[in-house]
Design a protein around this ligand. Structure first.
Ligand SMILES: [Zn+2]
Length: 136
């Protein structure tokens, strides 16, 4: 991305504010999933009980899987947002984790937690896809 320029301090501050907002949202979502259903919690995983909401065990099971998948996606994003905030503190925010070039304001505006430039992200995802394919 040859038009990508290093971020100005104002841009960093703006994106940091968005990251903090997003972090609060995600933390609240995780918290609601884990603790939002009163004292009747799923003891093992800390997940809400769903069995009594339907008499279909398969549906309850599927819903529980969806809960776990959703929770895991939320926790993943939370980790990415946290990592981005740590990079703001470290002063390396906006630099590609792989090639060190500027990620660019356009890409960071779309995704403030982005840790790679578009080119490196593409390579990363291709490699990850290949690894996953090989394992399956
Ligand atoms: Zn890169």
């Amino acid at each position: 991305m040859d038009e990508a320029k290093p971020l100005t301090p104002e841009e960093v501050a703006r994106l940091q504010a968005r990251l903090r907002e997003r972090r609060a949202e995600l933390a609240a979502a995780v918290d609601a999933r884990l603790h939002g259903h009163g004292p009747d919690r799923h003891a093992e995983a800390g997940l809400p009980r769903r069995a009594e909401e339907t008499d279909d065990d398969a549906a309850a099971e599927a819903e529980r899987h969806a809960d776990v998948a959703h929770l895991s996606r939320t926790a993943d994003e939370l980790a990415r947002v946290d990592a981005a905030l740590a990079r703001v503190t470290a002063g390396s925010y906006g630099e590609c984790a792989d090639c060190g070039e500027a990620i660019g304001i356009a890409r960071l505006t779309a995704n403030p937690a982005a840790e790679r430039c578009a080119t490196c992200q593409e390579i990363f995802e291709k490699r990850r896809g290949l690894l996953r394919g090989a394992r399956a």
